[in-house]
Unconditional design. Structure first.
Length: 374
């Protein structure tokens, strides 16, 4: 997800309070009580180091997160490759990129015993990419579904229940793309009937390109995170490819007439995972953070992130969310009701977003550039 959104980061250290005469009498005690917080660097999508997520952890551990927000997986890998080991204490990445992080030696091995993996739904306990040769290198923390996002004044849920709606004449010039090839081309592959949208042969790939190119006259623009928000919010775009509730969920809370649906052809799942940066001098604190955000309490907080909501893999976290915010739990499908988020996965309604298997990533990226310029 290429998200750029209010990326102003307050890096100011907390002001040390004057301690007066009492501090002079007990200098060592005062020094400990008002010690400057330990800075913990986080490389992540926007939102993960904002106060609604980290303030409680910071206060409890005398920590101050210093975030570096990136705008895409390739951007993330570039930032790491250009930085000395130990630059980033905590790294959040989309699941597709975890393998690359591990293969390039950018992340530390994790001890499974340190984390509440047994509290996860079985589908997420051995999540693809988190493990290699029986060793753990990252832990999935949140995920979500991608389908058809639409303006509810312009389309009904029934009309939006197929990717074919993007070709509707009334949407000419009003179809937007979230500007990243993986989710968009994955959706076109699903529309073409490929049960594994990223594992297609050359004939299947040519068909995906042809189908995608046929949509170009309908497209009004290609947008980053902030542009996607604004163009959906103001009605500039009436339907969107490549996104889901992580965008429309926030907009709906603010009164926008938008929604998302998993169409009949199926949806895609994005997944985000936490790792400890290779060479971190604060690996113990980084571990403590991952323990916190993947615990039931931290998971419920993550599900309600102000920047963009998400589903969570910790089933005890579902219980906490249901108790704290039953309306949000119901809205996102994190209940025991039939058709909940786990049912969507277990019935095959959604597929993992991943790198292409029979083509290289650059081939897909090159076509996306060609499509945008057409």
């Amino acid at each position: 997800m290429t998200r750029t959104h209010r990326m102003s980061v307050d890096l100011t250290r907390r002001t040390l309070l004057g301690a007066g005469v009492a501090a002079l009498a007990t200098p060592m005690l005062a020094r400990r009580a008002f010690a400057a917080p330990t800075e913990l660097t986080m490389l992540a999508w926007y939102g993960h180091a904002e106060p609604d997520i980290v303030a409680e952890f910071e206060a409890a551990n005398n920590v101050k997160f210093v975030p570096k927000y990136y705008t895409g997986g390739d951007n993330m890998l570039g930032l790491i490759s250009q930085s000395p080991p130990g630059t980033f204490d905590v790294i959040l990445s989309d699941a597709e990129y975890v393998t690359a992080l591990n293969e390039n030696g950018y992340v530390e091995e994790l001890d499974p015993a340190d984390y509440d993996i047994a509290d996860y739904f079985p589908e997420f306990q051995n999540f693809p990419g988190n493990w290699k040769d029986g060793k753990l290198f990252s832990l999935i923390a949140r995920f979500g579904f991608l389908g058809v996002a639409y303006n509810t004044d312009a389309l009904t849920a029934a009309e939006a229940s197929t990717y074919k709606v993007f070709w509707d004449p009334k949407l000419k010039g009003k179809v937007g793309h979230f500007d990243w090839h993986l989710p968009n081309l994955g959706q076109m592959s699903l529309l073409n009937g490929n049960p594994e949208p990223y594992d297609i042969d050359e004939a299947g790939w040519e068909a995906v390109k042809e189908r995608t190119m046929s949509l170009r006259p309908q497209v009004g623009g290609f947008f980053d995170y902030g542009g996607t928000f604004s163009s959906l919010n103001d009605g500039q775009m009436l339907a969107f490819c490549g996104i889901g509730d992580w965008i429309t969920g926030v907009l709906r809370k603010n009164g926008a007439k938008v929604d998302s649906v998993i169409p009949e052809e199926g949806g895609l799942q994005w997944s985000e995972c936490f790792s400890i940066g290779k060479g971190s001098a604060k690996a113990d604190l980084a571990k403590k953070w991952i323990q916190y955000i993947t615990s039931a309490k931290g998971q419920a907080k993550s599900a309600q992130m102000a920047a963009y909501p998400a589903l969570i893999p910790n089933q005890k976290g579902w219980d906490v969310l249901q108790a704290e915010n039953p309306d949000e739990a119901k809205r996102q499908g994190m209940t025991k009701d039939p058709g909940n988020a786990m049912d969507m996965i277990r019935t095959g309604r959604v597929k993992f977003r991943q790198w292409p298997i029979q083509q290289d990533l650059e081939t897909w990226n090159d076509f996306w550039s060609e499509y945008k310029g057409a």
